[in-house]
Write a protein that binds this ligand. Structure first.
Ligand SMILES: NC(=O)c1ccc[n+]([C@@H]2O[C@H](COP(=O)([O-])OP(=O)(O)OC[C@H]3O[C@@H](n4cnc5c(N)ncnc54)[C@H](O)[C@@H]3O)[C@@H](O)[C@H]2O)c1
Ligand SMILES: O=P(O)(O)OC[C@H](O)CO
Length: 333
């Protein structure tokens, strides 16, 4: 297959490496918006800024410039940029008629005139509905995928051809790719787990213990599922890789940027300082407010996400956030 990956951050680069090393011998091109970054990667054959220490396979092509120029002849297009860049990139690629998948996990911030922020598939329906598209998600730290460590992903789309293209492109002895058609469920899971990982990072940073962390993960899964079902997703999706699987990974794995934000908040940094010290995107910080607004819109209670928003907005300090959660009224599980 001929595969083009747009976005040369950690995850776009890891997926491009994985596809380039695939036993079927795909022809893979990785694109970055920054020509200087691409030139540096070309010279070093490494993405030193986002994925240091992992060599780029010799067969992986690097490109910059007009993204639409890379479309002719492609069999699969993968968008590896953060959520904030999705709308702009889809607009530039709206003539694409081959399968396309985004890797971003989040909700878009509210656009001017809109009542609430959108999920990726809703942005796609607005700006590029003729492009057959979907999401690639699941529990996956870029560094582990780039190193070829075993990982399982979910290829989610309403279009069988998109699911099939992702499986053909990426399923390998190192990477299992499961097909799924509940895009809403997959995208709610991918966005909300980032918000919850901030909460578990905080909990661990404050050394509240393993009981507290297990409680946060379990109650977090319940609130993620409530929101998803209210938005039209299937309950069982939240028990799978893109729900429980990604929540457990991100909430407990120290490679998670969102979890690290929580750890930094526990040290007394504010949200802006925490994000600056990371140097990578932490989608939970950007989408927590949107997730909460969307939940309010459909009448779903999300006390953990609400507490994370109050923390990020500086309305609560770390200790008070814990007290607020413990002070909730008793209820049925
Ligand atoms: N890193 C991971 O382990 C991982 C795993 C699964 C999913 N994701 C998701 O993938 C998405 C990207 O994450 P990442 O880890 O690669 O981020 P990153 O911080 O490593 O890199 C972000 C990349 O996007 C580029 N970018 C930013 N705005 C852009 C724009 N407007 N147009 C084009 N490029 C732009 C940056 O230059 C950079 O190359 C996020 O939504 C993240 O949640 C990441
Ligand atoms: O580093 P994070 O917190 O963005 O998480 C990365 C992936 O989404 C884990 O599946």
């Amino acid at each position: 297959m001929k595969i083009v990956v747009f976005g040369a951050g950690a995850w776009g680069t890891a997926i491009a490496i994985s596809a380039a090393l695939h036993p079927h011998g795909h022809a893979v091109t990785l694109w970055a918006r920054d020509a200087a970054q691409m030139a540096a990667m070309q010279a070093a054959r490494e993405n030193a800024r986002y994925l240091a220490g992992v060599p780029l396979p010799a067969a992986l092509q690097l490109a910059a410039g007009d993204p639409a120029a890379l479309l002719p002849g492609a069999d699969l297009v993968i968008l590896g940029t953060p959520m904030a860049a999705l709308r702009g990139l889809l607009q530039r690629l709206q003539d694409c008629r081959m399968p396309l998948a985004w890797l971003c996990k989040g909700f878009e911030t509210v656009q001017p005139g809109a009542a609430f922020g959108l999920m990726a598939h809703e942005v796609h329906a607005q700006v590029a509905p003729a492009v057959p598209a979907g999401a690639l998600s699941g529990p996956s730290f870029a560094l582990e995928v780039a190193r070829g460590q075993p990982t399982a992903l979910v290829a989610s789309s309403a279009h069988p051809a998109v699911r099939q293209a992702l499986v053909e492109a990426l399923h390998s002895p190192q990477l299992r790719v499961y097909a799924n058609d509940d895009v809403r469920g997959v995208e709610v899971g991918g966005a909300v787990k980032n918000v919850l990982a901030i909460a578990t990072g905080l909990c661990d940073g404050l050394q509240l213990g393993l009981n507290a962390r297990a409680a946060l993960i379990t109650r977090g899964l319940a609130e993620m599922t409530r929101l998803g079902v209210a938005l039209g997703a299937r309950v069982e999706t939240f028990m799978g890789l893109s729900g429980l699987g990604d929540l457990v990974l991100t909430a407990t794995g120290d490679l998670s940027r969102n979890r690290r934000v929580g750890l930094l908040l526990a040290q007394g940094l504010d949200a802006q300082q925490a994000v600056q010290s990371l140097g990578h995107v932490a989608e939970g910080v950007y989408c927590a407010r949107t997730v909460l607004a969307r939940a309010l819109h459909v009448g779903v209670e999300m006390p953990l996400s609400e507490t994370v928003v109050a923390l990020l907005d500086g309305q609560l300090h770390a200790g008070a956030a814990v007290q607020r959660l413990m002070a909730r009224d008793p209820r049925e599980e």
